[in-house]
Every structure is written in C-alpha cells, then in structure tokens.
Design a protein around this ligand. Structure first.
Ligand code: PLP
Length: 389
C-alpha cells in the first residue's frame, strides 16, 4: 500500500510512543495532585508545554491543551464570540468558505444562535484575496472577530494570515487562525510576528507523528476568551478536566522532533511530491492542480506536502475506490469527515464546481519517498485514464 493521506493523519512516531509509555509507567499520577507523584506528572506536562512553545516560536502567550484541532478551533470561535457578547459588540464575524469543518461548522452554529457571518470565497488558486478581507472587515457593523486558516487542508494553499491580522488589528478586531496543517512543516514563529500575527492559533498532534485526540490553542497574552467547559480549573480555567497527560507528553515529543526536522523535511517533500505531480502531468496532461503552482512559505504559495488534482470527467469517488484496490490511499475532500464523499466545499468555493466532485488530494509525509511517488503517479494516471474511457 502507498499511503498518500498524510494530511488526514500520520503514523505515530516511535520516539513519541516511547515517551508516552514511559509517562504512563513512571509518572501516571494526576498532574493536579500536590504530592510528589503529582508534581512529577506536572513537571513532564509542563516540559511538553515548553516543547510546543519552542515549536511554535511562542515564549509569550498561553498554550491551552485540548482534545485536538477541532476543540482548539471551537474554543477559539465560541470563546471569542462569548467574549464579544459580554462586551456588547455586534454579533457579526468573518471567516472563509474554505475553512475546515472544525471552523466552518462552528460558525454555522453561531449563525443559528443569531450571529451574522460573512464567508469569504477563495479565488481560482484557493486563496482568500486580501481585498475581500479588507472589504468584509470594513463593512458596518464592524465584525467582532475574524478566523482565517493558515494553510488549507485540501490544497495546501497558504492564506494571507499576516496581512489579514494587520488589517484586522487596525480596527481592533482579534484574529484566529487554524494552523493544523501549516504547523507541522512551516515555522510559525509567533513571537517574531508580534502584533502582526494572529491572536489565537490552533494546532493538532496527530498531523506531526503525535497521538490523535490532543491539540492546543495558543492565545496571545491579554486576549479575552471564554471557556467552553467548566470544571476543575485546569489549563488556566480555559480547558478544565484532568489532562490527557500521556497524549500531551507525546505531543511535546512530536513537537520537539518537528521543530528540529521541518526545514529538511520541507525540501525533501518538495522533491517527492514534485516528482508525483510531474509524473501525473506527463501522463495525464489535462489533470488540473487545485491550488497554487508555487511551493513556498509565503502567503499565496503552497505547502510542499499536498497535491490536489482535478480529473475532468472523472468521478472522484470512483477513482478513489479504484486507487484503493490498486494500492494507493488518497482522499476526496477533507478526509477528516471520512465516510462522507460529498463534493469538496473547498474546490467549489474556488469557483470550480465542475471539479468539486472530480478532485482527489494526495498528501505526503515522513515515510514517503520519490520511488513510491513515481509508482503512485503511474497508477493514478492509469486508473483515471481507464475511468474516462
Ligand atoms: N483543522 C484542519 C485544517 C484540519 O486539517 C483538521 C484535521 O483533522 C482539523 C482542523 C481537526 O483536527 P483534529 O483532527 O485534531 O480534531
């Protein structure tokens, strides 16, 4: 099997497993207990928090551990909405139509609760144009907050988060960014961005070789946020409940490794996924790359790890099944909502409805190599060609 679904999830790393097992064996006490065993658990949990901080380049701000990217996004969206309501701000917010459902569905829920939400579409390359952001931020009544993802999970397109934050901050509007896909490969450098960066950032461990079911929300110092849960006061009252301590320790180890390796991994994946894209195009010249052509770290470019291809005239679902039988594992739309093979809302929001049900995402990671990429490309071209005949 050739696994090309690393954006859906990644295999847990051996070093991460070891750290988690050692934690459960040696330091399993409740991190909130005041005795020595509790203090030992607490100290490992805090070491993991420091590792996540270093990975995000964030000595400032708060790191709140959550049950994953979805909860981190929900905490940001509902936490900002509740804080805005408490201050009597207008119940209006802005996001993009290409967000992951963890954000999109949170906003839909806000609408059911009486909020007015502006969903900005992507352009043909899957980028939210800064001009449309500016117009939405300037419209009256001024929005209470903005949420714009860092890198799109279906196309890898890097959104203009810094520009958006600069525009929003001029009007005193806080900004959340879902960096679940960006953070594993891209150095976010949150402190270095300073006031130009977003005010909240969501990340998830299982996208970087960590365990599933653990994530974090970074929150700028001084930002007002309301919790979703109420209980024992853990995580600075923002995410009460006994911590998933082994998961957090695993996250810390994965973050440490990612911080060390991401630069080299970026270059390696650029070659591996580039080979895949080149080979598919050579065999199937009408395959359409959904997303920016250029791989790069700046807004407007694409992560090296994601190649989303449209196959005109082919049903994505049929191709996905054929590929699975032929030994290539990819995904259609967001695999995080696996089981549902609805046409991609992201590709549709890029103004390409005809490709929304005809596109597949191929994503690459730590164990992908060029040979495998070339083999997969030949299979993809063969199967897509066969479906068209
Ligand atoms: N945001 C993005 C961009 C994602 O790709 C995912 C993927 O799962 C999530 C949020 C949700 O994260 P989690 O699976 O940790 O809940």
């Amino acid at each position: 099997m050739i696994y090309l679904d690393w954006a859906a999830t990644t295999p847990i790393r051996e070093e991460v497993l070891e750290a988690m097992v050692a934690f459960e064996r040696e330091a399993w006490a409740n991190p909130s207990s005041t005795h020595a065993a509790g203090r030992q658990a607490r100290s490992r949990l805090e070491a993991a928090r420091r590792a996540v901080r270093r990975w995000l380049g964030a000595e400032t701000g708060r790191i709140v551990f959550t049950s994953g990217g979805t909860e981190a996004d929900n905490l940001a969206v509902f936490g900002l909405a509740a804080a805005a309501e408490a201050r009597g701000r207008p119940r209006r917010a802005v996001t993009s139509a290409i967000e992951h459902r963890a954000v999109l569905d949170a906003f839909r829920e806000l609408e059911r609760r009486g909020w007015e939400v502006t969903y900005l579409p992507g352009d043909g390359r899957g980028l939210v144009p800064p001009e449309s952001l500016e117009a939405a931020l300037e419209a009256e009544p001024g929005p209470a907050f903005l949420s714009l993802m860092w890198a799109n999970n279906e196309t890898g397109a890097l959104q203009p988060v810094v520009e958006a934050a600069r525009l929003a901050h001029r009007r005193g509007i806080p900004v959340h960014s879902d960096a679940v896909q960006a953070a594993p490969l891209l150095e976010l450098g949150l402190d270095a961005l300073g006031p130009d960066g977003p005010d909240l950032v969501a990340v998830s461990a299982h996208k970087l070789g960590g365990p599933k079911g653990v994530g974090a929300l970074w929150i700028r110092d001084g930002l007002e946020l309301s919790p979703l849960l109420f209980g024992g006061g853990q995580e600075a009252e923002l995410r009460p409940g006994t911590e998933n301590a082994a998961g957090i320790v695993g996250f810390g180890r994965a973050a440490e490794l990612a911080a060390r390796e991401a630069g080299a991994e970026w270059e390696r994946l650029r070659r591996v996924a580039g080979r895949f894209l080149g080979e598919v195009r050579r065999r199937l010249p009408d395959a359409v790359l959904n997303g920016p052509e250029e791989v790069g770290r700046r807004a407007g470019a694409r992560l090296p790890s994601i190649v989303n291809l449209g196959f005109p005239g082919v049903r994505a679902e049929s191709l996905l099944i054929r590929l699975d039988l032929a030994g290539v594992e990819a995904s259609a739309g967001a695999a995080c909502s696996a089981g549902s093979l609805e046409p991609s809302h992201v590709i549709a929001a890029m103004g390409r409805p005809e490709l929304a049900g005809a596109s597949l995402r191929f994503s690459f990671g730590r164990l992908s190599d060029e040979e495998e990429a070339a083999e997969a490309a030949a299979i993809v071209a063969r199967e897509a060609g066969a479906l068209r005949r």
